[in-house]
Ligand binder design. Sequence first.
Ligand code: ADP
Ligand code: MG
Length: 395
Amino acid sequence: MNKKSVKDVEVRGKRVLVRVDFNVPLNEQGQITNDKRIQASLPTILYLVREGARVILASHLGRPKGQVNPKYSLAPVAEHLSEQLAQAVPFAKDCIGDVAMEAVSTLQDGEVLLLENVRFHAEEEKNDPAFAKELAGLAELFVNDAFGTAHRAHASTEGVTHYIPAVCGLLMQKEVDFMGNALERPERPFVAIIGGAKVSDKIGVIENLLEKVDALIIGGGMANTFLKAQGFNVGKSLLEEEKVELAKQLIEKAKAKGIELELPIDVVAALAFQADAPHRTVKVSEIGEDEMALDIGSASAEKFEARISTAKTVIWNGPMGVFEMEAFAKGTERVAQAVATCGGITIVGGGDSVAAVEKMKVADRMTHISTGGGASLEFLEGKVLPGVAALQDKE
Ligand code: ADP
Ligand code: MG
């Protein structure tokens, strides 16, 4: 990436404000149910600790809407992080003001402090300059390692960069490098797999990828709109009637560009959106009026597997079916296996896709699993992420 990283600057003895993504799921008792995001930020934190920086961590958690709300306190994260780092991580009950200033002033080289949820202040999401200046005032250097919020210009992701030097963290660098290289300099054949519920969520992604890939595989709920565009009847399937015309255009565009567009040729059709609904595998030309397509069929899976197996670069976003229900998970599972074993560079983005890959226990066999749902989508759309754009360029 053309942005400076934390390794390109002197950090020893400096107060370093690190924006991390500690937006972890908590249960009713306030316990962390999945610490993936904390784990993902450890490389940057550990690097700074080893280099003798004074580390000040800032994050959001949930949507407290600018109000102090104990339900969204980061206090449990400070505790969890203390265990992970095997050193005490003090917690400041506010991210600005005297409380924060005092906590920062006692920090020694190699120590780590966690600030309370930045979204307890409405100014955070408004990217309020005075609030950003106060946050920045805690430190001499800013490190953005929160890829998951890089698509938002908030005070703690963009605002602060106007007041102190700003560089990227190691996770941010990894995310941007993997996805950036795949998009800009892919080893070919480059195959994209797009699925999930709706076409409307992913129009930008499909349009951008059509400029770059050799083959585009479309599955999941959104495939129905494409099937309809091909003239098939999709019964009660999830369908975006108003996007059928667009789907037709995208099919034409792919053809004109010589891109192989792979759509399902059969589906698992069910009588209801239910785990135990009666279902059968049918050709896309034989979906009944009272049926809904909830997964790709086995012939489609075979066709997709064949295309994926020769790929040198794969980007996957969006499950092939309603994978949350066992009966409709097979298509996603087969595609996950095919991606895991293709031998090329493989990148998975999107909250549900990542969950599917983890559920199917093939996450370790992917080259890169993106930690950012919305951010990775915007990246795949070819958008500039404000949290990245604001960082210093390499000289
Ligand atoms: P991601 O989070 O990976 O970007 P999406 O949010 O776009 O993925 O889509 C995931 C959702 O799409 C899942 O909850 C899944 O159940 C749903 N889905 C997939 N296929 C279908 C289908 N055929 N009909 C209805 N919903 C579907
Ligand atoms: Mg999703």
